[in-house]
Design a binder for this molecule. Structure first.
Ligand SMILES: CSCCC(=O)C(=O)COP(=O)(O)O
Ligand SMILES: [Mg+2]
Length: 237
C-alpha cells in the first residue's frame, strides 16, 4: 500500500482475518465445555476471582454462587455476549488448548499474506477484537503460517472500550500516535465500522460471504485482503 494516506492498519479478527465458524464452532464450544472445570481448578487465581466478581456486577447479581456464575457465563457464550470478564476467562481456557496443540489459530491465507506484505512496506499493524489481548496473541501466535504476533505493533480489546463506541477508536489512535485519518480499520461488522468512521478513521468492510452485511452501510467492501490495496488507493484522508 503506497501513495495513499494510510500509515497503519487496525484489524478485527472474527469475520475479518479469521472465519466466523472457527470462533463460533471451535473456540466458543471449547471454552464452554471447560469453563466449570477451569473455574473450579483456578478458584484462588486473582484474575479468575476478579472475572467472576465482574460478571456478577454486570449481571447485577452479587448473590450468585460459583456454579450459578458459571451458568451465567455459559449463557453469555450462547448469546455471543462480548463481556470483558467472559472474554478474559475464554482467553485463559484457550491458552491450554493452543499450548497443547489441540487448538490451531485459524487465519485466512490472504490475511496472512497481506498483513506480512503491508508490514514489509512499512505500515504499522494493530489488532482490535472483542477477544482478550491474550486470546488475540494466541490466535496469531499459533497459525499454520507460524507466529504472526511479531507483525503487530499493538493489540486492543474491550478494555479500551466497546467496539461500537467511537471513543475507543480515538483512544487507539492516541496510543498509535497517529491522527485517526491515517488509520484504516477493517471489520465485518458495520456498527464497528460506523464507530471507527465517526472517530475519523478510514474503513473497509470485509464481506467474506459468511455473514450478510446490512444494505446501505456506505463502507467500501472487500471480499478478501487482496482487494484492499486497490480500494485503499481510492480512500481520501
Ligand atoms: C481473539 S479470537 C476470539 C474472538 C472473540 O472472542 C470474539 O468475540 C470475536 O470478536 P471480534 O471482535 O474479533 O469480531
Ligand atoms: Mg468481527
Amino acid at each position: 500500500m503506497t501513495n495513499h494516506p494510510i500509515r497503519a492498519v487496525l484489524t478485527d479478527i472474527e469475520g475479518t482475518t479469521s472465519s466466523i465458524s472457527f470462533v463460533k464452532d471451535v473456540l466458543f464450544p471449547y471454552a464452554r465445555q471447560r469453563l466449570a472445570g477451569y473455574v473450579a481448578e483456578h478458584a484462588d487465581d486473582p484474575t479468575v476471582k476478579a472475572a467472576l466478581t465482574e460478571a456478577r456486577v454486570l449481571a447485577g447479581r452479587a448473590d450468585l454462587s460459583q456454579d450459578e456464575t458459571v451458568a451465567l457465563l455459559q449463557s453469555w457464550i450462547d448469546a455471543d455476549r462480548k463481556a470483558t470478564p467472559l472474554k478474559t476467562l475464554q482467553g485463559l481456557i484457550w491458552e491450554d488448548g493452543y499450548r497443547s496443540g489441540t487448538l490451531k489459530g485459524d487465519l485466512y491465507p490472504d490475511a496472512a499474506e497481506f498483513l506480512a506484505r503491508w508490514r514489509n512496506e512499512g505500515l504499522s499493524l494493530y489488532v482490535y477484537s472483542s477477544g482478550s489481548v491474550l486470546a488475540q496473541k494466541l490466535i496469531f501466535g499459533h497459525t499454520e503460517f507460524g507466529d504472526l504476533t511479531i507483525l503487530f505493533s499493538g493489540f486492543f480489546d474491550t478494555l479500551v472500550g466497546a467496539k461500537t463506541d467511537h471513543a475507543s477508536y480515538a483512544a487507539i489512535a492516541e496510543v498509535a500516535d497517529l491522527p485517526p485519518f491515517r488509520i484504516l480499520f477493517l471489520s465485518d461488522n458495520t456498527a464497528e465500522l460506523d464507530a471507527a468512521r465517526e472517530a475519523g478513521m478510514m474503513t473497509i468492510a470485509l464481506d467474506r460471504g459468511e455473514a450478510v452485511l446490512p444494505e446501505g452501510h456506505g463502507h467500501p467492501v472487500a471480499r478478501d485482503f487482496s482487494e484492499i490495496d486497490a480500494l485503499a488507493g481510492t480512500l481520501k484522508a
